[in-house]
Design a protein around this ligand. Structure first.
Ligand code: UFG
Length: 337
């Protein structure tokens, strides 16, 4: 297939682009580079030995995106583009809703106008809100206890996709609910490149290990978990990328929803220890009060994706730490170097 990757120069998009190319698909990257780098797409081309056409456009700007995609052919879309910082979304809700929702509306209209019926969408386990039970399957309730506009935007877009299918039964859409993506391509050439202070655990730890930051703040140690720190389901980004390809290759009319996670939870302190082991560098930390909106435990039940997509994670937390370290140590300033 020829696949349009919106946000294809970002962290998950770039790894998925590489796996698609290695599977013999063609890719076209559409990105506004607001939180990504052209260099990522260049390195995907270098790693794959294939061409990676890049279109620079803001998908939330309907006129600009329509013009930029004029004459560009594609059979399917993986829609990664969007803003994703939880804290920022609380401070700037209208920007988050405008960018995340407008870009999806534009994309859906554009696909329908052109008769492109295949869509994979980047959703998040955040739609489950306050967990009723762990591990969470796709039948877990959604949209209750969401604490931020970022999470609400994912919830709303899922609904927009379902409503679009109701009016357009040829649409084949797969909604992928990601748990916590970590790691990097084992080459260390592409990886996660957050701007400013990382919000997420693994990139923060990596910057402590490489000496860019002094110490990690551990947000709370009194949760009802194995050691009191928060538990999450960390999924290697290459496993996640393979999940997208599996979904794309099985797409059919309808809307399917899958968790992409490992099914295994790890605590903050377990991640710290795994990273110290992988890097050989100490990761000093201080326990501070819990972060508002955080929950004790989020772990996927990935059985549905395992069965229907014939996909499961194969990489361990140790491998995620090793690959994240390979990327961080070779690119201490990310793609800016
Ligand atoms: N944590 C720390 N210190 C830090 C950063 C994180 O102790 O500096 C802890 C958090 O409290 C949490 C765990 O590490 O227990 C993971 O935190 P992340 O910020 O890496 O990830 P979250 O689980 O909070 O959020 C992730 C995605 C969101 C998504 C959410 C859905 O980043 O986009 O999962 O569950 F909405």
């Amino acid at each position: 297939m020829r696949v349009l990757l919106t946000g294809g120069a970002g962290y998950i998009g770039s790894h998925t682009a590489l796996v698609l190319l290695e599977r013999g698909h063609e890719v076209v990257v559409l990105d506004d580079f607001s939180n990504s780098s052209r260099e990522a797409a260049r390195r995907v081309a270098e790693l794959s030995g294939r061409e990676v056409p890049v279109i620079e456009a803001d998908l939330a700007d309907r006129a600009a995106a329509t013009a930029a995609l004029d004459g560009v052919d594609f059979d399917a879309v993986i829609h990664f583009a969007g803003l994703k910082s939880v804290g920022e979304s609380v401070a700037e809700p209208t920007r988050y809703y405008r960018v995340n929702i407008d870009s999806t509306l534009t994309l859906l209209d554009l696909m329908r106008e052109r008769g492109v019926t295949n869509l994979v969408f980047s959703s998040s386990a955040t739609v489950y809100g306050d967990p009723q039970y762990v591990p969470q399957d796709e039948a877990h309730r959604t949209g209750v206890g969401l604490t931020n506009p970022y999470g609400w935007s994912k919830f709303m877009i899922e609904q927009i996709i379902r409503d679009t299918f109701t009016s357009w039964p040829e649409l084949g859409a797969v909604v992928l609910r990601y748990f916590n993506p970590v790691g990097a391509h084992p080459s260390g050439r592409i990886g996660e490149d957050p701007t400013g202070i990382p919000n997420n655990l693994m990139p923060f730890i990596a910057q402590v290990a490489v000496g860019k930051r002094e110490r990690l703040s551990v947000f709370g140690d009194a949760y009802p978990t194995v050691d009191g720190t928060g538990v999450r389901d960390y999924i290697h980004v290459m496993d996640l990328a393979e999940g997208h390809v599996a979904a794309l290759e099985r797409i059919a009319p309808g809307v399917k929803t899958y968790n992409l996670g490992s099914g295994t939870g790890s605590s903050v302190l377990e991640v710290v220890r795994a990273f110290e082991e992988a890097s050989g560098c100490p990761v000093p930390y201080t326990v501070v009060p819990p972060r508002p909106g955080d929950v004790a435990e989020v772990v996927a039940n990935p059985s549905k994706a395992n069965a229907e997509l014939d996909w499961s994670t194969t990489r361990s937390l140790a491998e995620s730490c090793r690959d994240s370290w390979a990327w961080q140590s070779a690119n201490p300033d990310g793609y800016r170097a």
